[in-house]
Design a protein around this ligand. Structure first.
Ligand code: DP6
Length: 403
């Protein structure tokens, strides 16, 4: 157990990635245990571009559990946080009583301070903090790896897929207690090195309906959701794993787009309906289809979560041309790194024929900025104590706090 001062303060810092689903999770069969109605599959994105850093400290001197997210203290009584902490304490106590009665997990009865920051704007609509604190807490308290999915799930269901790098599935599982509803790596981040990911950020607005309440209403009212969970997803998961293993981009892209579209169809089938996509999302969808149609094959694919921002999957060979297509049809307000962030791309010339064939009116400032990235590894421990977000007093360092 890493400790600054054996008597009082133990601290761990780790980084965790963001994941983007290509087979979506939407609907819970158990809202307390956070068990899904269908399996899902995602790609973990690279932490050089998108990561959450989390420091967790525990001390017998702390009066209460406290949490700071992106520089602001949040209400620790948030039920999700409470169940996350409860789950950790339950597993750690069990471990203390059974497997390893000699290890020092006394910290489990102490209060914890959690501090977490993203290296990307909240507007990007990409969340990963739950996997970050689950992982840091695992290191601190020695929770078994198999139990980690359950802890991360308590923060946010989809976060359990961020516990691994590369392609990750969250298996539906069959047991009532959720013991077999776990995240599992399908292929590592180096399996498909040509794969590239672009996040097109179209809006700074907060999402209108959160995913938790959105999927609750869908489960209550959408017949399509039941059909998807029972009939569509089981075979789609098998198909998706097969096309990933074969590195078959056209099949991967088509399945990804169809699954995103079905998720948003369920949102429309929900009563009252939920609208996550906006006009700009619809324009991006059209652009992708027109681009693919021009080449007569699926070179680029979109997927959308519970918000209007698009995530684009493509291959390295087509990346620079497609970025140029996006710049042409969504002329940016700002230039350079303010518009294009992350892994650089080469410039490309667009043929007049391609522009004419796509046949869309340009929408100036339609896309605020792009984050360019690729597949990446799972959570990592940060060894250098200088990178702890909490100081020796257990409070966030000055550099972490926002005004
Ligand atoms: C549309 O994981 O945010 O992004 O478990 O209620 O916290 P809760 O939901 P959350 O749902 C994410 C849904 C999604 C699809 C996906 O990532 O699979």
């Amino acid at each position: 157990m890493p400790e600054n001062d054996k008597q009082s303060l133990s601290m761990v810092t780790c980084t965790a990635p963001v994941n983007i689903a290509v087979i979506k999770y939407w609907g819970k069969r158990d809202e307390d245990l956070i068990l899904p109605m269908n399996s899902s599959l995602s790609l973990t994105l690279h932490q050089d571009q998108l990561k959450t850093t989390t420091t967790v400290a525990c001390s017998r001197n702390f009066q209460q559990d406290r949490i700071w997210l992106n520089g602001k203290e949040e209400d620790i009584s948030n039920p999700r946080l409470q169940s996350c902490l409860q789950e950790i304490r339950r597993f750690s106590r069990k471990r203390q009583n059974t497997v390893d009665s000699t290890s020092d997990v006394s910290g489990v009865s102490h209060k914890v301070h959690i501090c977490s920051v993203n290296n990307f704007p909240t507007a990007a609509g990409l969340a990963s903090s739950a996997s970050g604190y689950a992982f840091a807490i695992k290191i601190l308290f020695g929770v078994e790896s198999e139990q980690l999915s359950a802890v991360a799930r308590q923060g946010s269901g989809s976060a359990c897929r961020s516990l691994y790098g590369g392609f990750v599935q969250w298996k539906l599982g069959e047991q009532l207690d959720g013991k077999d509803s776990l995240a599992e790596q399908v292929e590592s981040e180096s399996y498909w090195p040509e794969l590239r990911v672009l996040t097109l950020v179209v809006s700074a607005e907060q999402k209108s309906v959160g995913s938790t309440s959105g999927m609750h209403t869908s489960v209550e009212t959408s017949q399509l959701l039941k059909y998807r969970a029972d009939v569509v997803v089981p075979s789609r998961m098998e198909e998706m794993i097969r096309v990933i293993r074969e590195r078959d981009f056209p099949a991967f892209g088509e399945l990804t787009m169809k699954d995103s579209n079905q998720f948003h169809a369920i949102c429309l089938d929900t009563y009252p309906p939920i609208f996550y996509l906006n006009n700009m999302s619809h324009r991006i969808i059209s652009l992708v289809h027109r681009y693919n149609q021009y080449y007569g094959e699926t070179r680029v694919a979109y997927t959308f979560d519970a918000g209007p921002n698009a995530v684009i999957y493509t291959l390295q060979d087509h990346l620079s041309e497609f970025v140029q297509v996006v710049r042409h049809f969504f002329p940016p307000e700002v230039s350079g790194e303010e518009f294009f962030k992350g892994l650089p791309v080469c410039s490309a010339d667009l043929s007049e024929e391609l522009k004419k064939d796509i046949n869309m009116e340009p929408t100036p400032k339609g896309i605020r900025y792009i984050i360019s990235t690729k597949a990446g590894p799972g959570p990592c421990v940060v060894k250098d104590p200088n990178h702890h977000l909490l100081g020796a007093d257990g409070l966030p360092k000055k550099s972490v706090i926002s005004d």
